[in-house]
Design a protein around this ligand. Structure first.
Ligand SMILES: Cc1ncc(COP(=O)(O)OP(=O)(O)O)c(N)n1
Ligand SMILES: Cc1ncsc1CCOP(=O)(O)O
Ligand SMILES: [Mg+2]
Length: 211
């Protein structure tokens, strides 16, 4: 397996909440999360810039790894830790500019073809999803399930990996058993009756990631 051309991330990024507000970033970093993503959808750069700046400042204060979803230009401008992009984002983003600015890059994949395409860009990590059915994002394909996830993780060897999609607390042990280095969640935290307890339980199961 080839090695990343983008700056490296720890092989185990640990628990990786994906959230849509600076408030959630602040709460979760305070609770001990060390890998996190700001995912605000479909706004103009001007309308998200202040939130991105605030999230980056918080992540620096907590020495955490903040990935900015989609807004790669703002992530470069404000020197985020990294950027997360999907397959369609790859068509329009300037990956060379992201790499030249020294930002880490995570790429989404859903099947073998997308994995090959993502690997050709040699990102910092490969995300694999969606593992289970999810209500958080409309997905054009079927969930890949644990068997397919495990096969993909095996193919990827030591490459840093992230699993996403429909991962509830009770499903985490089976997801970790595939050997994946990180578990990304939205609703397991943001829709939990008690987000603090859910985050503590997830951190206990997944860990906060390697240094
Ligand atoms: C860790 C992680 N994995 C996958 C995604 C999905 O990214 P993408 O396919 O670009 O879809 P949007 O999130 O932009 O709707 C992600 N954000 N994070
Ligand atoms: C952003 C994203 N990309 C693939 S699945 C997903 C949503 C995951 O949310 P949840 O953890 O609530 O299923
Ligand atoms: Mg995207």
């Amino acid at each position: 397996m080839n090695t990343p051309a983008f700056p490296a991330v720890p092989q185990r990024l640990g628990l990786y909440p994906v959230v849509d507000t600076v408030g959630w970033i602040e709460r979760l970093l305070g609770a001990g999360v060390r890998t996190i993503q700001l995912r605000i959808k479909d706004k103009h750069d001007d309308d998200v810039e202040a939130d991105i700046v605030a999230a980056i400042k918080l992540s620096q204060r907590h020495e955490a790894r903040l990935f900015i979803n989609d807004y790669w230009r703002l992530a470069i401008k404000h020197r985020a830790y990294g950027v997360h992009l999907g397959q369609e984002d790859m068509d329009v983003a300037n990956l060379d500019a992201i790499r030249d600015a020294g930002l880490r890059l995570g790429l989404s994949t859903h099947d073998n073809m997308e994995m090959d395409r993502a690997l050709a860009a040699r990102p910092s990590y490969i995300a694999l999803g969606h593992v289970f059915p999810t209500n958080t994002k409309q997905m054009p394909s079927a969930p890949q399930g644990l068997t397919q996830l495990a096969a993909h993780i095996k193919t990827l060897g030591d490459y840093p990996t992230v699993a996403i999609g429909g991962i509830s607390i009770d499903r985490v042990p089976a997801v970790l058993a595939t050997g994946v280095g990180s578990v990304a969640v939205v609703s397991a935290i943001t829709h939990a009756a008690d987000w603090r307890a859910a985050t503590a339980q997830l951190l206990e199961l997944v860990g906060a990631g390697d240094e």
